[in-house]
Design a protein around this ligand. Structure first.
Ligand SMILES: Nc1ncnc2c1ncn2[C@@H]1O[C@H](COP(=O)(O)O)[C@@H](OP(=O)(O)O)[C@H]1O
Ligand SMILES: [Mg+2]
Ligand SMILES: [Mg+2]
Ligand SMILES: [Mg+2]
Length: 358
């Protein structure tokens, strides 16, 4: 099967990183503020180190675009030591699996170098055909993570500026699709209580859900989006960010009102929204720009896009245009993101256009 080694590596790398983030989530969380005023935690740094070291071990020639860098850790010994403790403590319980992704990191220095290994500019400059770039968000939904809500570790492989493989580790999504989705204080439920999924997709191979474990890769089950037609739009489940600073709740309300949607939107942090659509827990995801200047980041959407598309859904911007992955670290040619099933895509896009034009 194409991308078999890449998929296995990505699944194990995210599973190992989630051991770290789950452990961090049980502590009293604090964050450091970045230059764009957004938060970052020891969980973000530690997860980035673990995933990048696994990718470098398996695919030393691939480029990596990742959200974080190690500057704050190089300047702060206490913070660096804390991240290093967590990184050393995160190992898969299956020895063969752990060694297949390179085994434990050897030193603090290796950890910092791994974190700084995600500085690629992606597809910004015209490159050779078949160029491979991984896009990593070590914790997507850091604000959700800090609230004990939904978060995801998101990893995608892009080839020729198209996502061809994506994995979302969602430690706080229920394994039983009929269980309620916790939107805060999820970590109080603890591990081993039916929470944690790995949702993955490879181009042409469909989308698969697995239990997020602590050893080797668990058995996967295929998953599809729910099929909703225009006649059922009123009862469709819409979801959006918890943060009104990331997506306009007001525009969302006008759009659902226009479409006659009866229930209020499910608010959830992170790419757990894409995972929820792929798992048939929700039907439409709207991310409506709050500022004209913000550029969506590729690591916030690449894994989500392929996971939803392979589950039968559509992903585009607020004009309904495909996302353009050839622009570097951001999606600067697109504004906002809309995700929906094929049966309601045209209808949703036209409602979005009408509301944003008004
Ligand atoms: N003004 C803005 N508009 C849209 N997205 C934004 C934003 N400011 C930050 N973000 C992004 O929103 C992501 C979280 O999305 P959501 O609201 O769906 O949980 C953040 O990812 P991180 O948490 O990885 O930094 C961040 O990259
Ligand atoms: Mg961030
Ligand atoms: Mg993110
Ligand atoms: Mg992040």
């Amino acid at each position: 099967m194409p991308y078999e080694t890449e998929l296995r590596t990505a699944l194990l790398a995210l599973q190992r990183a989630s051991l770290l983030t789950r452990r961090v989530a049980l502590t009293t969380l604090s964050s450091v503020t970045k230059s764009d005023r957004s938060p970052v935690t020891v969980g973000d740094f530690g997860a980035q180190a673990l995933v990048i070291s696994a990718l470098r071990h398996a695919f030393p020639d691939d480029a990596i675009v990742a959200e974080e860098d190690a500057a704050a850790l190089r300047d702060n010994e206490a913070l660096r030591g804390k991240v290093w403790d967590y990184v050393q403590g995160a190992g898969l319980s299956d020895e063969g699996a752990e060694s297949s992704i390179g085994g434990p990191l050897k030193s603090e220095r290796d950890m910092l170098d791994a974190i700084d290994g995600g500085a690629s500019e992606g597809f910004a400059s015209a490159g050779s055909q078949g160029r491979r770039v991984w896009a990593l968000d070590p914790i997507d939904g850091t604000k959700g993570f800090l609230r004990g809500g939904q978060y995801a570790i998101a990893l995608a492989l892009l080839v020729d500026a198209k996502p061809v493989l994506g994995v979302l580790a969602c430690p706080n999504l229920p394994q039983d699709a009929s269980a309620p989705i916790p939107t805060e204080h999820a970590h109080e439920k603890g591990e081993g209580e039916g929470y944690g999924v790995l949702v993955s997709a490879v181009a042409g191979q469909g989308t698969t859900v697995r239990v997020l474990g602590s050893g080797g890769v668990a058995e996967g089950k295929p998953t599809k989006m729910r099929e909703v037609g225009e006649a059922q739009i009123g009862s469709a489940v819409f979801c959006e960010s918890v943060e009104s600073g990331h997506s306009s709740h007001d525009h969302h309300a006008l759009i659902t009102q226009k479409l006659g949607v009866t229930s209020s939107p499910v608010r959830m942090d992170s790419q757990a929204k894409y995972a929820s659509l792929a798992m048939g827990l929700a039907d439409v995801y709207l991310r409506l720009p709050v500022s004209a200047s913000y550029q969506e980041k590729i690591w916030d959407h690449a894994a989500g896009e392929i996971v939803v598309k392979e589950a039968g859904g559509m992903v585009g911007d607020v004009q309904g245009r495909p996302l353009d992955w050839a622009q570097g670290r951001t999606l600067k040619e697109n504004k906002g993101v809309v995700v929906a099933g094929k049966g309601v895509w045209d209808m949703v896009i036209s409602a979005v256009k009408d509301v944003l034009a008004a």
